[in-house]
Write a protein that binds this ligand. Structure first.
Ligand code: 3PG
Ligand code: MG
Length: 402
């Protein structure tokens, strides 16, 4: 896949054209209201630009996992409303993404106007990348714009199928996300570091294996660090770990050594007897974890060491928290290291790119999201990119240009 072939919609004549814009409106909600607007905010500039250029904009997206069946709880209606509020212009909501009603609503759009069509996954053809469903969708557009990097790991009708039917381009957010990842993985300024945290080694084996030949320092935290400690015969008490992956952890350590990648593990830990906010806790060396305690965060000495490592580096990729950051005080390690990365970035020393699932929530909690060079809105897609996999949605766009 030659990413340089990716064509952006920036140079395309869009005035008066119906643009089917695949966005990722799969935002967190609480009691039927959008509870985090990050993904919507990132779409605004691009949508405003297309609108100003006179495009008739038809936004399509999935929302949740309704498995091919209409489900009012997963309607995009409240999300469309929120998008309109953020844009400051009315956004028309269309209660189906295909069929006569959708086609008529789209036909009625004036240049610059925006409509959001109902959840693509109410139709089984979406996730099956069904050719007929894709053809039905294509009837609502003259041009396809994929601006949903965070859904590009799915080979669905709206990410792959449409590229075979309409002239297809990458949207500005798609380009931004890919450029950020390329800046840290393809031609980074050395030395480079990756911070990889999160609960399990098992979900990140491929990420770790891919990164160890690309970065100089691999900083490991979170529950997965416990499995690495276990592989060194360290007693970790009742800590979360995956004993079945001890050999995998060992293999990763060996491979890292062969590649000259230094693996940084926690040297001390914040421990507690129970996993509860405000519970009694203590800091101990990782070599002195009591049998009835569990590790819930990296300790201050680990953070100090990790900060020194970061200070030597010029490029950083961050995925996953270093501790149970949702429960105070077990976010302190993650927050402290995140603040260091943010400060280094602000001073121009470090290029920092973060993303994937919990990572954004952790950086938001640390209050440093805006100080990183780039924070991705993608979860699974970000991780698959870190695994070195080609994302079908990106690949399809590249092929559409060939
Ligand atoms: C995400 O939230 O990661 C994307 O919107 C993809 O959603 P999915 O995992 O349901 O395909
Ligand atoms: Mg997901």
């Amino acid at each position: 896949m030659d990413l340089d072939k990716l064509q952006t919609v920036a140079n395309v004549e869009v005035a008066g054209k119906r643009l089917l814009v695949r966005a990722d409106l799969n935002v967190p909600t609480k009691d039927g209201e959008v509870s985090d607007t990050t993904r919507l905010q990132r779409l605004l500039l691009g949508l405003r630009d297309l609108s100003a250029r006179g495009a008739r904009i038809v936004v399509i997206s999935h929302f949740g996992r309704p498995k091919g069946i209409p489900n009012p709880e997963m309607s995009l209606r409240p999300v469309a409303k929120k998008l309109g509020d953020l844009l400051g212009v009315p956004v028309r909501f269309v209660p189906d993404c295909v069929g006569a009603e959708a086609e008529a609503a789209v036909a009625a759009l004036k240049p610059g106007e925006i409509a959001v069509l109902e959840n693509l996954r109410f139709h089984p053809g979406e996730e099956k990348n069904d050719a007929e469903f894709a053809a039905e969708l294509a009837r609502c557009g003259d041009i396809f714009v994929n601006d949903a990097f965070s859904a590009a790991h799915r080979a669905h009708a709206s990410t792959v199928g449409l590229t075979q039917l309409l002239p297809s381009y990458a949207g500005p957010l798609m380009i931004e996300e890919i450029n950020a990842l390329r800046s840290v993985l393809d031609k980074p300024v050395p030395p480079t570091a990756a911070v990889i945290g999160g609960a399990k080694v098992s979900t990140k084996i491929t990420v770790l294996k891919h990164l160890l030949s690309r970065v100089d320092k691999l900083i490991i935290g979170g529950g997965m660090a416990n499995t690495f400690l276990l592989s060194h015969q360290v007693v970790i008490g009742k800590s979360l770990a995956e004993p079945d992956y001890v050999d995998t952890a060992r293999e990763i350590m060996t491979a890292a050594k062969e590649r000259g990648c230094a693996v940084v593990l926690p040297i001390d830990a914040v421990i507690a007897r129970e996993f509860r906010a405000g519970t009694a806790h203590a800091v101990v060396p990782t070599l002195a974890v009591p049998a009835d305690a569990m590790i819930l965060d990296v300790g201050p000495k680990s953070v100090a060491h990790m900060r020194e490592v970061l200070a030597e580096c010029r490029t950083l990729l961050w995925n996953g928290p270093l501790g149970a950051f949702e429960i105070p005080p077990f976010g302190e390690g993650t927050f402290a290291l995140a603040r260091e990365a943010a400060a280094l970035t602000k001073s121009g020393r470090l290029v920092s790119v973060a993303g994937g699932g919990d990572t954004v929530a952790a950086l938001n909690a640390a209050g440093v999201t805006d100080d990183f060079t780039y924070v991705s809105t993608a979860g699974g897609a970000f991780l698959e990119w870190l695994e070195g996999r080609e994302l079908p949605g990106v690949d399809a766009l590249v092929r559409a240009q060939a």
